[in-house]
Design a protein around this ligand. Structure first.
Ligand SMILES: Nc1nc2c(ncn2[C@@H]2O[C@H](COP(=O)(O)OP(=O)(O)OP(=O)(O)O)[C@@H](O)[C@H]2O)c(=O)[nH]1
Ligand SMILES: [Mg+2]
Length: 231
């Protein structure tokens, strides 16, 4: 089976170390078209599977405010990797989970590599991975990338979940926002190609310029009308 994997995470969480562990000598480093951001791709064979891995730029979020965020987001939307491995810094969990929620909202098939658990432990932080899995609804694999700890488990999870998207738990906003989202979803239903309609609705509410560019003008004004009506 051929499996396409994207590594996503905040800057400095260990994406490149994981990428090197996984792909070893089989790498190609280039640039994103028209961008000066490094693009690292590689492949490996694991248990009869050909696994392609791409190391996305480090980002704190998936809004459209920086080149890195746009590259990461567009890659996930357009290329639809089979699995997005979200590398999370265990010593800085709360801040890192912001991106995790955005990835889930985008509808990505997320597996979490909970990296730097050594550092977290040294700081007296112990994370209940089972609990985290339950709360987020996605697999969580503890790793210490420089020691290659957890890499086999991560690969096994990638193979296991590649064709079996994990059931995700979506963030619920307060009642008023949910009402807005629902109304906009109704308007755009069936009209946003293969984009996740809830995600698009949220982006319209956020006034995301990149998404607005991708949507039919008349549809957009209908959404704006509805938002105006709801006050
Ligand atoms: N203690 C510890 N350090 C780690 C671990 N994983 C990575 N590091 C260190 O964290 C630093 C950043 O690692 P990188 O792999 O470059 O991080 P990155 O996510 O690729 O960073 P950007 O490409 O800038 O977004 C390096 O100094 C790594 O050696 C880990 O599990 N434990
Ligand atoms: Mg890197």
């Amino acid at each position: 089976m051929r499996i396409r994997v994207a590594l996503a995470g905040n800057p400095n969480v260990g994406k490149s170390v994981v990428f090197n562990n996984l792909t070893g000598g089989h790498q190609h480093i280039g640039n994103w078209p028209g961008k000066t951001v490094d693009k690292a791709e590689g492949t490996l064979n694991y248990k009869g599977n050909e696994i392609y891995v791409i190391d996305l730029p480090g980002t704190y979020s998936l809004t459209a405010y920086s080149v890195e965020e746009l590259i990461a987001r567009d890659y996930i939307i357009q290329e639809k990797p089979d699995v997005v491995v979200n590398i999370v810094d265990a010593s800085n969990l709360e801040r890192n989970l912001y991106l995790t929620l955005q990835l889930l909202e985008l509808g990505a098939n997320v597996i979490i590599a909970l990296n730097k658990v050594d550092l977290a432990e040294r700081e007296g932080i112990k994370i209940d991975t089972k609990k985290l899995e339950e709360k987020l609804g996605v697999p969580v694999i503890p790793t210490v990338a420089p020691r290659k700890e957890g890499m086999k488990e991560l690969l096994d999870a990638i193979v296991k979940y590649a064709r079996k998207p994990v059931k995700r738990r979506i963030v619920k906003y307060d009642e008023k926002i949910e009402r807005y989202i629902g109304e906009i979803e109704k308007i755009i239903e069936g009209k946003v190609g293969d984009l996740d309609k809830r995600w698009v609705a949220i982006k319209i509410l956020e006034n995301d310029e990149e998404i607005k560019k991708k949507i039919d003008k008349s549809l957009l004004s209908k959404c704006e009308e509805a938002m105006g009506r709801m006050g």
